[in-house]
Design a protein around this ligand. Structure first.
Ligand code: ATP
Length: 283
């Protein structure tokens, strides 16, 4: 039996633009994602035999073939022509169906850990392309850091991450289906698209004001229209000193970026009183 425990980090979107839709149902996107130190713990155990077992105590996470970590393990075994019994234990902290790639990051961790446990049959490029078969955000989660993601998520350009800031994340108590958000996205209704190049430069310079000026998440208005609490949380964050407050991914998580630790801590306490799943992160 061999076993490895790894952390699996969430991401936030520092920008999100939709460029068009494709005939296969996917959308062409251009977004900036950054890994944040808010993580699940994944333990992968391999032993003789076959079958994939998933253990996760979170009520919103399936423990069978529907779990994206299960899909990742199955594809890994097929691709590398290995046979083993795989037991995956997921200790969830990242809110589920919340716009922070909770599932994708678990799948990425499973692929990386299995590659190590089986003595690296796949190189980085092969691992990324296997990740894409599991899910559009999985390649980014394998890579981590900060990157511009284009195409459907397969074209990744690493960029300098934002650092020296404090982030408050608040996830309202309901989940949002990414599929629903994309199917209700009407391009003509979008008032502001991000200027991705300018946001990239502002991130590199740690200029949060400039990020706020040029960024946007075009999915925000779709989710916000159905769930006004998102606009409410953004407003609370801004009123309490967030230089930028925005929805992550397809939501409903809202994050505020602060350049001041005391204001961030105060906002964290305030938000925590009204919203259970609230986190404060230093990057
Ligand atoms: P993204 O930001 O990539 O859109 P998300 O954070 O909005 O993702 P997830 O947390 O990945 O969404 O969950 C989406 C759905 O996937 C949920 O309905 C959940 O039941 C299912 N799911 C399957 N496997 C997992 C997993 N390992 N962790 C969390 N959710 C999972």
């Amino acid at each position: 039996m061999k076993k490895i425990t790894a952390v699996s980090n969430a991401k936030i979107n520092l920008s999100l633009d939709v460029l068009g839709s494709r005939s296969d149902g996917y959308h062409e996107i251009r977004m900036i994602m950054q890994s944040i130190p808010l993580s699940d713990e994944i333990t992968v155990e391999i032993s003789e035999g076959d079958g994939i077992e998933i253990l996760c105590a979170h009520e919103g996470v399936p423990e069978d073939g529907r779990n994206i970590a299960h899909k990742a393990a199955k594809l890994f075994l097929e691709r590398t022509e290995n046979l083993a019994h795989i037991k995956i234990t997921i200790d969830k902290t990242i809110p589920v169906a919340a716009g922070m790639a909770g599932g994708s990051t678990n799948a990425a961790a499973v692929l990386k850990v299995l590659n190590t446990l089986f003595d690296s049959p796949l190189n980085e490029k092969e691992l990324l392309s296997l990740g894409l078969k599991v899910g559009a955000d999985v390649p980014f989660c394998i890579m981590g850091g900060c990157a511009i993601s284009e195409g459907i998520g397969e074209i990744l350009t690493p960029i300098k991450p934002l650092s020296g800031a404090f982030i408050v994340v608040a996830t309202p108590d309901f989940s949002v289906s990414t599929k629903w958000v994309y199917s209700n996205f009407i391009p003509e209704r979008i008032e502001k698209h991000p200027d991705t190049e300018k946001v990239k430069d502002a991130i590199a310079n740690g200029d949060i004001n400039k990020i706020a000026r040029y960024t946007a998440n075009v999915l925000e208005s779709v989710t916000e229209r159905k769930y006004p609490v998102i606009a409410e949380y953004k407003k609370i964050m801004s009123e309490n000193g967030a230089v930028l407050s925005m929805m992550s991914g397809s939501g409903p998580s809202v994050f505020g970026i602060f350049d001041n630790k005391i204001k961030a801590q105060k906002t964290y306490s305030l938000m925590k009183d009204i919203n259970n799943e609230t986190f404060i992160i230093e990057i």
